[in-house]
Design a protein around this ligand. Sequence first.
Ligand code: ATP
Ligand code: MG
Length: 558
Amino acid sequence: MSETVSSAGDFINEIVRADNAAGTYSGRVQTRFPPEPNGYLHIGHAKAITVDFDTAANHGGVCNLRFDDTNPDTEDTEFVDSILGDIQWLGFQPNEIFYASDYFEQLYQWAEYLIGEGKAYVDDQDGETISAQRGGYGKPGIESPFRNRDAAENLDLFRRMRAGEFPDGSRVLRAKIDMNAENMQLRDPVLYRIRRGHHHRTHDAWVIYPTYDWAHGQSDAVEGVTHSLCTLEFVSHRPLYQWCLDQLPLLGDKPKQIEFARLELTCTVTSKRRLAKLVADGVVDGWDDPRMPTLSGLRKRGYPASAIRTFCRAMGVSKTNSRQAIEELEAYVRRDLNATAQRRMAVLRPLKVTITNWPAGQVEHFEVANNPENPDDGTRQVAFSGELWIEREDFALEPPPKFFRLSVGREVRLRGAYFITATEAITDESGEVVEVLATYDPQTRGGNAPDGRKVKSTMHWVSAPHAVEASVALYDRLFTAALPGEATGEPLDDLNPNSRELLTGCQMEAALTETVPGQVVQFERLGYFAPDPDKSMYFHRTVGLRDEWAAIQKRGGK
Ligand code: ATP
Ligand code: MG
């Protein structure tokens, strides 16, 4: 696991500071977050959003949202809508919202201008031939036989491309730069393709579409972006980004591309293409499945937006790619929720306990703190009676060494209530325990014995007549390998077949019927849980209580 620069955002802030000191861009700072609406945003995008918005905010600038919608085949308004919602949920407010497709006419005009300057040509070869002619490192490229067409012929062909006279893929417009350039991106890159896709905004107005390289820098320039922040895979595109801007009669300052490392997590994939496949193959229930690293998935699972922001900021901005341990993100989520989540009692795998010396029909109410970390959260009443649910695993018929929870003859504390001692286990014909009989000590009300005697275990419980039934989804890693696909090259080979366990018939204290979507609660001793936004009494486990990240660090490494 490689290191990230700990001084968060510093190298980018340094560049911006230097530009401001030198008066470049007249002290103006404008950034943008440029998602392609071909999927849902994931945790990696949260990193980019944080960097883009924070950089602007740190220098009194603005950050816009620009949909990079230049590919009709994979883009859709469903994705536009989800991206808008996710950015807002994450806590950022774009200054303005733009669409690259709004610049199609301008980009087209600039392409005609480039042709007129003798710097672009129509190539009649197919994609395969063109890429075969590109050459490689230390291997010169081969010039297309169409490279030296004159401007008039190129212009005529390009206009006819636009008019729809040619079939898809039959011709492209290429920049005329240098087929021997060391940087492959400069070997006459494709600027326009013919593609009869239905575009989600321009519909069928166009049959030619600009490539990323022709659209991105110019879109930045049109909007007045000063610092165009993107991830490291675009380093090799930077000279082309610059070249495109340098050819055009642009007014105003030219934007500057700056790259930083992608955020990657262990046991996770953050590639929209791969995430889309998980959805399409039905491996998960959708883009917002709580096992997905998408923002909508994490939200449904109960990850607070504030924890995601804090995590992204704490990881800093680096110039080398690295992979963060997923346990580290979970530690941020846990820390956040520990401070904010109210405590409740819920029994996931219930076992009945009957208190034989409890006065028939008696019900008591205990006042318990909603969150010991935050007295402002107040208290609530929890009902107690002679019939209780406890966790099945908190009782052992034959307790193994070091098992200090309930067993026949053993006394334990029911949190905030009484000491009880199991007297008998009732089993069915298969030997499974179906009910435990116990006695309680009335002197221990509130959970302490006046004679000072100790018990080794405190357990959570729910009063059976007062309990509400619920379902709970427990989640494990979606991928078993730290680097999915490391062994075979195919991440799906490392899918965890047991990433979700669904429990029904869980028994919960009645206060849980009042949880609202977006509110995450701690089930005592079990972890943090988020109510499903649509299904009533259905909870997703956000994260367990154990800080695995602390344990990993203690062991001295990731
Ligand atoms: P994917 O590979 O998942 O399809 P992408 O880069 O194609 O991602 P875009 O919608 O083009 O997705 O990304 C929008 C912005 O988010 C880009 O500036 C991109 O660099 C950034 N981004 C994407 N993935 C990550 C990541 N894992 N970490 C940081 N930034 C990212
Ligand atoms: Mg992209």
